[in-house]
Design a protein around this ligand. Sequence first.
Ligand code: ZN
Length: 314
Amino acid sequence: MQPLFLKPVFKERIWGGTTLQKEFGYAIPSDQTGECWAISAHPNGPSVIENGDYAGMTLDRLWREQPELFGNSTEKVFPLLTKILDANKDLSVQVHPDDTYAMANENGELGKTECWYVIDCKEDAHIIFGHNAKTKEELRQQINEGKWNELLRKVSIKPGDFFYVPSGTIHALCEGTLVLETQQSSDTTYRVYDYNRRDAAGNLRELHLEKAIDVINVPHHDASIIPTVEKKENVAITTFVQSDFFSVYKWDVRGKATFSFPDQYLLLSVIKGEGNIVHKDQKYELKKGTHLIIPVGLGRFTIEGDCELVVSHP
Ligand code: ZN
């Protein structure tokens, strides 16, 4: 039994940039790289195990063939997806369906509730989060008339902020934002507004207005997220959210901290600093941009160093 280190998959996007290379040293495919799929079992970009007995195996295959590593979960697919997003330009304004709607309309895909931890952003950065319409009628009318400034809510952000984005929430990352996203393992997006941008071939990207209007929550409510911090020996653990879909934490390790999770597998992403993870006399390097899974049954392990990790589990 070992921690499982993962090799990320990169996605080029019209809004992407080079921050994933600059910040994490990743070998990105181009200077329009928008997404690092860091811990993924999704068919559109599964990550590959890098070490140990399962080296070379994709995470979706490991999920199917070694269910004991995941506590013999009864879920059909690995439920989570961890990404790092470099919004070098504004992303399209979008919304995701819930499980029921996606199941019926998207070939059995999962819905998508997601959340963002802001690793870094430019000064005065913001996101689009929610809308001002009071009824579906009003929502439909403002979308059809293109009254985006009236409709969309802009929210200021700073490094360290956390946003919970339930399915049905209209949202967009905006220029100059680097986030770690924890989400349901789904790739279903309904695009509402794309700033009338054209791609390299001169084409507008497709919009999905009818489906979007179907699934947007009206009126918008901010999820009440109040992070709590628990101080243990050489680690401060921030709990951001514990929802039906996932729980997300940040671990600030300063020194040597010991952990044990007998019944739960964990997804770990190092977002700052460096150190080691030590398990049964084996030492593995952790550095900014390292992603790993702690399988069920690993037992006690230690993280030593000076680093921050975003941690999640279903
Ligand atoms: Zn989204």
